[in-house]
Design a protein around this ligand. Structure first.
Ligand SMILES: [Cu+2]
Length: 235
């Protein structure tokens, strides 16, 4: 009977409901989230703004049990709505676009650090004008060397390249896989709530010692202080 009800519920789901349900099942670090995020953020705005849909997105964003990728996808969808169409109780959505490039023949990122307020929706682009492949992982505070050496070890394994030298560790918080020479990639993530310095690093074997930087997360200014919430939908 429960299965029948589940079937009926599934049958009545719209493609948008289905997509939103999928976002809730994403793993904490999941390369597919970017594709879901693009789909959801570009969805018909009138449909996204329906009270039940917008409320559901807000619940995903605010639930402590939501995986990071699903939170990012749902927050992107809310941010794509004009502020007046967001559900009551939606906190100000801050956004930041940041671009980092590999230094040609330099084994380094051109940005050695950037600062972001906790909870900001970030779009990060990695440009690679270098002749080598590079990735970019954002990791737990203090884990730079641990993640870097884990990447080095993956260079000795048959499937390290297949895994884009991304260590399987809960200390890996945000993943941009390998970017080929001459290419660039973008990704979205929500900055951690806990103020601290989070290292970002290329874990392609032997790159990490010089190819790293710091993401400084600072406490979000209180919305009541009049500090500048971003209300414009991101591009
Ligand atoms: Cu690299």
């Amino acid at each position: 009977m429960a299965a029948l009800r589940a079937c009926a519920a599934a049958a009545s789901q719209t493609p948008l409901d289905h997509l939103i349900a999928r976002t809730e099942k994403l793993m904490a670090v999941d390369q597919r989230a970017e594709g879901y995020g693009d789909l959801l953020a570009s969805w018909d705005k009138a449909e996204l703004a329906k009270p039940e849909i917008a409320q559901h997105l807000l619940r995903i964003v605010q639930s402590p049990s939501t995986p990071a990728s699903a939170r990012t996808v749902a927050l992107r969808a809310l941010a794509a709505l004009p502020a007046e169409q967001r559900p009551a109780g939606t906190p100000p959505i801050r956004t930041l676009e940041i671009e980092i490039a590999a230094v040609p023949s330099g084994m380094a990122y051109d940005k050695r650090e950037f600062t972001v307020e906790a909870g900001t929706l970030v779009r990060l682009t990695l440009k690679n004008p270098d002749a080598l492949e590079h990735n970019l992982l954002i990791c737990s505070p203090g884990s730079l060397a641990e993640m870097g050496t884990a990447g080095d070890r993956m260079g000795q394994t048959a499937d390290g390249k297949l895994k884009e030298f991304v260590p399987e560790s809960p200390k890996v918080l945000v993943v941009m896989g390998l970017v080929a020479p001459g290419k660039s990639k973008s990704m979205w993530f929500v900055a951690p709530e806990k103020p601290a310095t989070y290292p970002y690093v290329c874990t392609y074997p032997s790159h990490w010692r010089t190819m790293n930087g710091k993401m400084k997360v600072i406490a979000a200014a209180s919305p009541s202080s009049g500090a500048s919430p971003t209300t414009a939908p991101p591009k």
